[in-house]
Design a binder for this molecule. Sequence first.
Ligand SMILES: Nc1ncnc2c1ncn2[C@@H]1O[C@H](COP(=O)(O)OP(=O)(O)OP(=O)(O)O)[C@@H](O)[C@H]1O
Ligand SMILES: [Mg+2]
Length: 430
Amino acid sequence: MEAPLHPAERERIVALRSYGILDTPREEEFDDIVRVVSAICETPITVINLIDQGRQWFKAEVGLGVRETPLPASICAHAILQPGLLIVPDTLDDPRFSDNPLVVGDPHLRFYAGALLETDEGLPLGTLCVLDYKPRQLNDSQKDLLQLMANQIMKLFELRRKNAEERTARQTDRRRAEEAARDSEQRYRLVRTELAHANRLAAMGQLTASIAHEINQPIGAAIAYANAALSWLQAQPPNWEEVRQALGFIVESGVRAGEVIDRIRTLVKKAPPQKDRVDINEAILEVLALIRTEITKNVVSAKTQLAEDLPPVWGDRVQLQQVILNLFINAIEAMSGMDDGSRELLISTEKAHSDAVLVMVRDSGPGFSPESAERLFESFYTTKSGGLGIGLSICHSIIEAHGGRLWATASLPRGAVFQFTLLAFSSGGG
Ligand SMILES: Nc1ncnc2c1ncn2[C@@H]1O[C@H](COP(=O)(O)OP(=O)(O)OP(=O)(O)O)[C@@H](O)[C@H]1O
Ligand SMILES: [Mg+2]
């Protein structure tokens, strides 16, 4: 008679699979157990039998010589339906087994005793069983031993599962750490590119003089040629050939000036903005990390006051970092000129009214005069010998393109405060 399925068959199979034991090679510790059990129970056959779907699979066996057989002929499939030991003194006397092909045919199994291999949740995975070719019994100590060894096997199974789980957990951890490292590496590379961009701007500041010279030169030449042309026109008769030549030179000079401008444009050109959700605190910390050496070099003490409950903002992370970077660099530059007084840089974030975030950069530098306050954001307004005067105007247009506002005020007792707002991601284009 074929055994019905266990009432919790699905859970039972899930549990069985979770041990990762099915179809593994033979192992000494399990082989030893079946050998010892066989010796003590005095049975020719002992099996650690796991009842899988459609088959029974043997983790260890003596006396059988196979590692799996089809389920319909399984005696253990009956054993797992009841608690405790199943002892069948004579299989031919039991209607469940009297027609079993392994009983009526080869190898003519007549005696069976099986102890459950049961999980902590009470799900039977299979049995540790002993079999014989003749009807018989087990004495009490043999029965005890069978149950004891079954419990021992379950402990080995549990240990194995725990090890496997720890291994997977370790692998997952490692994978996560690698992913995180890759992620931040990527972001850092991005910010570094941006820093390079800012450096390029700074380098441009130093280049201003030579750029001015390069533009002045063709313009000066054009003026000279134009004056020459005017005088050739006034000649009697006008010298058309000279005029034609002068006009040709003027065109050339104009083209040259245009080329110089183009070159500057390529220098400051950037990839198109990509608006996404940005964690502004994280973006700020990254920029800070990148200018750490600049901060130390200028003996500036940098502090942060970043609100923890900030919503993500809507924006192009790289552009926003460029704004932050420009404000930092301006603040550091302003303070580096001071002979006395502490150099303090404070960056703070807070939730502003109705779905907006406010970012504030405060320094303890000399601040700016009321006249220059009006002009700070103008292109090419600078009070620095090496400045280009485009930092703040770039910041201004970036923040405006993000639907925010950037403004400057005096800090008390001294210094400057630059503040800008950004839309929360939920209220922005996102
Ligand atoms: N934190 C600050 N404290 C005092 N003055 C400042 C501060 N930030 C900016 N300014 C003033 O605003 C001017 C314009 O700044 P902006 O960043 O646009 O140009 P820059 O720093 O002079 O040159 P660059 O184009 O290299 O940035 C500065 O030259 C300076 O006079
Ligand atoms: Mg600047």
